[in-house]
Design a protein around this ligand. Structure first.
Ligand SMILES: *Cc1c(COP(=O)(O)O)cnc(C)c1O
Length: 461
């Protein structure tokens, strides 16, 4: 076995602090505090190196949809690696796992999507989208159509193209982004931005910003609109029911591609196989990752509609694009085993008709808490908006401080919740049991109570 637990927690933290540069982390701050060390996991539960059991309300990073420790996946990957650990899919070659997974993943995709391009992450998938969408318009004889429209506070990954498509201000500010060719419009964030406007009207208004942007830029210059069906990293922003129908109308009237970033919403998260099924979005391209392999092996992909595949294959010839590990055998084997579990356990359906409604009923009751301005949930994506004053929904001063504190208190109470500013979010494994759902809400409430106590004490001081 690997050298699990041969070092003390302090030794692991010291080695990590000295040498490990963490993603999305203030590395100096973490090195001073010491990282939390997760040593093992099973089902929906993490175990730290010191033996604390924590309910994983985030399914890792939105990805471990079938839960931890699934031996079917472990064994499928081991078998695959003994037989063929690696071969590439460039140069007119394939292997059985890539062919089988391509067939399996397109079988659960919407009927108009019959091809998949394999990548290794969601970010890479969006880089592939960036290039493939432009190649499509070249193939259509409309090379002026180059500009992407995307949304402020959207998240599409962390590479240069993906973070440019994304609308995270802090990311853009650090590296001189976005790159040329990306135009951002506003998000359908009712709690944060509707300012008393009727949500249905607000949803339509935010969708119509797409129409206005197309007119400003000129339809002949617009390549595609990209959006997450539900924004994840932006704070689980569930759009009003009027939003997607209006986007769909605009895309039907205008000649632009529609890209639904399904990296989080895909693979059952919203109660259907894809967020596009839930919101009846007929996308031309769908970047996928995360739940595609439940995170057991890194993998991503782009699902490609017949509409896009046809002209590109007929007119573009070779697409000069690919990754050494596109269609990696171990990732494909994990993906096949993962899909089999999802099908056998009917996980999308379970989210729609069983655990989704069960958790939502309890989660929404957290909206009564004095520090919560809104509780919302769709499928197994949930959020709580922390507020300093429930009567006015006024936020805490120093945005993000209360959220960060709530996140720490939540872990102390044995639950991983994530904070996006002062929005607390969850995205638990799709196998969450009813008892675990009760436990999740209970622990979240105890974390909120602890935060309320601290807040009251600091106000009294
Ligand atoms: C996580 C995420 C990505 C990026 O995926 P990585 O695998 O981290 O590169 C892209 N889009 C969305 C919607 C995501 O949530």
């Amino acid at each position: 076995m690997a050298a699990l637990n041969l070092r003390t927690t302090a030794e692991i933290q010291a080695a990590d602090a000295a040498h490990h540069w963490h993603p999305f982390t203030d590395t100096a701050d973490l090195a001073a505090k010491g990282a939390r060390v997760i040593a093992s996991a099973d089902g929906c539960w993490l175990t730290t190196n010191d033996g604390q059991r924590i309910l994983d309300g985030m399914a890792g990073l939105w990805c471990v949809n079938v839960g931890y420790g699934r031996q079917e996946i472990v064994e499928a990957v081991a078998r695959q690696m003994s037989q063929l650990a690696y071969y590439n899919t460039f140069f007119q070659t394939t292997h059985p796992a890539a062919a089988e997974f391509a067939e399996a993943v397109t079988a659960v995709a919407p009927p108009h999507m019959n091809r998949v391009f394999f990548t290794n992450s969601g970010s890479e998938s969006n880089d592939t989208v960036f290039r493939l969408a432009r190649v499509y318009w070249d193939a259509m004889g409309k090379p002026s159509k180059k500009i992407f429209i995307s949304r402020r506070n959207g998240y599409h990954g962390s590479t240069v193209a993906a973070s440019s498509l994304g609308g995270m201000k802090a990311m853009h500010a650090q590296s001189g982004l976005p790159i040329a060719g990306v135009h951002h419009i506003n998000q359908p964030y009712v709690f944060g931005e509707a300012e008393g406007m009727d949500p249905a009207e607000f949803g339509r208004a935010r969708a119509r910003e797409l129409e206005q942007a197309i007119d400003e830029i000129g339809e002949e210059n617009v390549c595609a609109f990209i959006a997450e069906p539900i924004q994840g990293a932006g704070g689980v922003i569930i759009p009003p029911e009027t939003y997607w129908p209006e986007i769909r109308r605009i895309c039907a009237e205008r000649e632009i591609l529609l890209v639904a970033d399904e990296v989080i919403c895909g693979f059952g998260r919203t109660g259907r196989w894809f967020g596009s099924d839930t919101y009846e979005i007929e996308a031309d391209l769908m970047p996928i990752a995360k739940g595609m392999t439940s995170g057991y092996v890194p993998m991503g992909g782009v699902l490609i509609s017949d509409k896009v595949a046809g002209p590109v294959m007929a007119h573009a010839g070779e697409f000069y694009h690919g990754y050494t590990y596109s269609g990696h055998p171990a990732a494909c084997a994990a993906g096949i085993a993962n899909l089999r579990i999802m099908q056998e356990e009917k996980l999308p359906e379970r989210v729609a008709t069983d655990i989704g409604p069960y958790l939502a009923e309890r989660w929404l009751k957290l909206g009564d808490h004095p520090l919560v301005g809104e509780a919302r949930m769709k499928g197994l994506l949930g959020a709580l908006e922390l507020v300093a004053d429930k009567t006015t929904n006024a936020r805490f001063p120093n945005s993000g401080t209360a959220g960060m504190r709530c996140r720490d208190l939540s872990v102390e109470h044995g639950l991983v919740m994530r904070a996006v500013g002062d929005t607390m979010i969850i995205s638990p494994p799709l196998i969450l049991s009813h008892a675990e759902a009760d436990e999740l809400v209970d622990r979240a409430r105890r974390a909120l109570d602890a935060l309320a106590d601290e807040t009251a004490r600091s106000r009294a001081a």
